[in-house]
Design a protein around this ligand. Structure first.
Ligand SMILES: *Cc1c(COP(=O)(O)O)cnc(C)c1O
Length: 479
């Protein structure tokens, strides 16, 4: 127990969803990413705020709120003064002083813009904090790490931007060759830093994600390279995303008015942060998931069966995913936090491509969650509708969240907040095709198309990727 902001706090420990990895403190969870038993780390219990404590958060700046929400998770790994400094630094390069401003789309539908960070997608919210937290903890310990990650586009640039030129980190980012937008690719490949390595994998995003998982599951390689992850499997990312759910709900009357969120989902990281906010006491009475035609999540919420399918390319490429890693975190709660039972279910899922949770568990999740599949035509129609009705340019991922919210919100009189996942200039071709208007890049990145690109095209082959990482890690410090 320790005093924090005048309160006694007991610090959290983290457990794996598969129940067979060491229990860790925040420092180690931050640096480890994936657990050694193949599971994902979660806090042993959810820290909870009372309605009075939530009411007292009204009027805090985004940065103050972030410290308040994250402190119970960070524990004594980072002092309150250091946490405040890290948070202040993390949001300094955002292009809007409100950090996550809200706009109103209809009488009760609100749009939270999460794309004012350095790489123009919501990933910056978590990643800017994560890069600084890594450096802080590693420097204190006198250690360094090799970050490996898979990206469907936006994580990669956000991670690279957060890790570039940081002394204690080498970063290797894998993305599906020719399956990300030009802006997304350029935001990764034009960073010229000796500790940044961008690999274009000849495969899909799921292949990239499998390669990263396989590198982690090769324990000898993992230890030799001191591997670390910044994917949304990293708990600290989810933790920093919880903040904006509190921020939006407080602005619209929480804890006295319940809210609902609609989240365009791929890896289930962002929506899981909404679930965590609710577990912490925020009054959220519905969570809406929008998927594109890669609809493993929508099919699950329709049927209770998780079944894989082939990935199809869409105009919302950051959601072209058929295995949503963070979904395991929700399943863990659904399996009453029984790691052994979940490990068995996940093994079956991996082997047979199917996991059935049974009627009771399915009814339990359906009480809170709804999901909708929004195809490319409907996505374009939604972009056009919002432009006509409000003059706002929105990009395809955000449009999926809006369309899902319109279709699935259970109470159209109470506020529903839908997430603006990326800046329209990140997907200018899709936006223009849908509504005829061009979305220019913000001034600070106007020369993106003129910068030189650096990347290596690599086969979808674990041995070759590992050889590349081995050959290139640790070069920056030796130059
Ligand atoms: C990452 C991303 C998503 C998917 O978010 P998850 O946390 O993986 O569910 C959706 N839209 C955009 C623009 C993204 O960058």
């Amino acid at each position: 127990m320790r005093q924090f902001q005048g309160k006694e706090v007991s610090f959290l420990r983290y457990i794996s969803t598969r129940g067979a990895a060491p229990v860790l403190g925040f420092d180690d969870v931050l640096l480890a990413g994936l657990a050694r038993d193949g599971g994902l780390y979660l806090p042993e219990t959810w820290p909870r705020f009372s309605a009075d404590e939530i009411r007292a958060m009204r009027g805090l700046s985004y940065q103050q709120l972030a410290v308040r929400v994250m402190a119970p998770y960070v524990g004594d790994s980072i002092s309150e003064a250091d946490l405040t400094a890290l948070v202040t630094e993390s949001y300094r390069d955002f292009g809007h002083t409100a950090v996550a401003p809200l706009k109103q789309l209809d009488t009760s539908l609100w749009f939270m813009e999460l794309f004012h960070g350095p790489t123009l997608a919501f990933k910056d919210h978590a990643m800017q904090f994560l890069g600084r937290a890594f450096d802080h903890v590693l420097t204190r310990r006198g250690e360094r790490v090799t970050v490996v990650g898979a990206t469907s586009g936006d994580t990669g640039s956000a991670a690279i931007e957060a890790c570039r030129d940081r002394d204690a980190i080498d970063i290797f980012m894998l993305y599906p060759h020719e399956r990300v937008s030009e802006v997304q690719r350029r935001q990764m490949t034009t960073v010229d830093a000796a500790n940044v390595h961008t690999l274009a994998i000849e495969g899909t995003f799921d292949d990239c994600q499998d390669l990263v998982k396989a590198m982690f599951n090769d324990v000898a390689f993992r230890d030799e390279m001191r591997l670390s992850a910044v994917n949304s499997i990293n708990w600290a990312r989810i933790m920093s995303q919880i903040v904006y759910y509190f921020h939006a709900a407080l602005a619209l009357g929480a804890p006295d008015v319940p809210v609902r969120f609609s989240v365009p989902s791929g890896n289930f990281g962002n929506i899981f942060a909404a679930y965590a906010a609710r577990e912490m006491g925020l009054p959220v009475d519905q969570l809406i998931i929008g998927t594109n035609v890669n609809d493993i999540l929508t099919r699950f919420f329709d049927s209770g069966d998780l079944t894989t399918a082939a990935v199809q390319a869409t105009i919302s490429p950051s959601m072209d995913i058929q295995i949503s890693s963070n979904f395991e975190r929700l399943l863990f709660d659904l399996y009453d936090r029984d790691g052994a039972a979940l490990a068995e279910a996940m093994t079956t899922f991996r082997a047979e491509g199917r996991l059935s949770v049974g009627d009771n568990r399915w009814k339990q999740v359906r009480a809170l969650f709804d999901a909708r599949r929004i195809d490319d035509d409907r996505t374009r129609a939604e972009i056009e509708r919002v432009y006509k009705e409000t003059g706002e340019l929105i990009e395809p991922h955000s449009a999926i969240g809006i369309a899902a919210a319109r279709d699935a919100r259970r109470d159209a009189n109470l506020p529903t907040i839908t997430l603006g996942a990326a800046h329209p200039a990140k997907f200018p071709a899709a936006v223009e095709a849908a509504c005829g208007a061009f979305a220019p890049l913000p001034k600070r990145m106007e020369d993106l198309y003129d910068r030189t690109e650096h990347y290596t095209v690599t086969p979808n082959d674990l041995g070759q990727v590992q050889a590349y990482v081995r050959a290139h890690a640790g070069q920056a410090g030796q130059a």
